[in-house]
Design a protein around this ligand. Structure first.
Ligand SMILES: C[S@@+](CC[C@H](N)C(=O)[O-])C[C@H]1O[C@@H](n2cnc3c(N)ncnc32)[C@H](O)[C@@H]1O
Length: 316
């Protein structure tokens, strides 16, 4: 069988490789149309993008709705600088802050902002952070095993975490945050902890994982579980979700885009609870997902799930 890009059989794989390469260059916002549909309720509203990243969603909002304004947060200083550059053309319609979204209540108070018409959080790392940012979160690049995306002063790098954990603690981390079966988590933890030197780089960690399994999905889960713990991602998401009711006006909406089952479960349960309590209306009984075309052009969208809720009460 010919392996040329033109052959029918290889066409799909070739398209995927090309798409992956371009995703490395630029971060394409996922589920853009669906996000705009759920996030925006008032053309002249005030919106919060809690995970600004490369500002793909925020830029689209400000260009589609010339009277809308936006507060954008990201805790990664490097991403924030790129976003600030991209958004500066919108002048005073946009405020950009380096912050952890878990602090959204205090941030609004300090800015003397009462509430917003919409909140968006598009979780996980951006393509920039995976491929260009030297964060050590990808098994595809050999660099220091850091993984801290924000708040470097208060967090320990993944290399230090791996050194400090006992084999049993590491096994728990891999099952709880990587969803790995117990026997596999035990094997991986044993292999990492019995190495002559604790891994200091992503390449060294991949070398150890390769002893246990050649399955890259398993490597990805190990990397994901370490990233989640280093950045306290689930704790931060919990705090953000708890703050949502106090940050939105009646009629305002919260839109969440998640990329793995732990995040999705947390958001789904919280949104359902708010709906049961009569605080919010559930807008997505089933999550919105990317169409085949988007998955082909932006492979990162494959696992994206969008859920949205609307705050109940009289609209102003
Ligand atoms: C997937 S990217 C967002 C991409 C963005 N929607 C776009 O279109 O370019 C997620 C961003 O959220 C940021 N982030 C993750 N956790 C955060 C937190 N707790 N507080 C603030 N920013 C966070 C990451 O640094 C990353 O830049």
């Amino acid at each position: 069988m010919s392996g040329s890009p033109g052959s029918v059989v290889t066409r799909y794989a070739y398209d995927n490789i090309v798409a992956m390469d371009s995703a490395r260059e630029t971060h394409s916002p996922v589920l853009l149309e669906e996000t705009m549909r759920f996030w925006v309720t008032k053309k002249d509203g005030f919106y919060i993008d809690l995970t600004l990243g490369m500002a793909g969603h925020a830029d689209e909002l400000l260009s589609r709705y010339p009277k809308a304004s936006c507060l954008g947060l990201d805790w990664d200083f490097k991403s924030l600088e790129l976003a600030r550059e991209r958004l500066q053309k919108w002048g005073t319609r946009v405020i950009v802050r380096q912050a952890n979204f878990a602090d959204i209540g205090n941030i609004l108070e300090n800015l003397k902002i009462e509430a917003a018409d919409g909140m968006l959080f598009d979780l996980g790392p951006s393509a920039y952070q995976i491929f260009k940012g030297n964060f050590g979160i990808s098994y595809q690049k050999d660099e220091y095993l850091d993984m801290r995306l924000g708040g470097r002063e208060t967090m320990s790098p993944a290399a230090d975490l791996l050194k400090a954990l006992t084999p049993a603690e590491l096994q728990c981390l891999l099952t709880d945050f990587g969803d790995l079966p117990g026997h596999l988590a035990k094997k991986i933890a044993g292999c990492i902890k019995s190495a002559a030197e604790p891994p200091q780089t992503t390449g060294q960690l991949v070398g150890l994982l390769g002893i246990v399994s050649s399955n890259r999905r398993i490597w990805a889960r190990v990397f994901q579980s370490l990233r989640l713990v280093v950045n306290r991602e689930m704790e931060n998401l919990n705090a953000l979700v708890a703050a949502i009711p106090g940050c939105l006006r009646p009629g305002g909406r919260a839109v969440a885009i998640t990329f793995h089952s732990l995040e999705d479960r947390l958001v789904k349960q919280a949104f359902k609870k708010y709906a049961r309590e009569g605080l919010f209306k559930l807008l997505t009984p089933k999550p919105a997902t990317a169409a085949n075309e988007e998955v082909r052009s932006n492979p990162r969208s494959r696992s994206a799930k969008l859920r949205a809720v609307e705050k109940c009460g009289a609209k102003s």
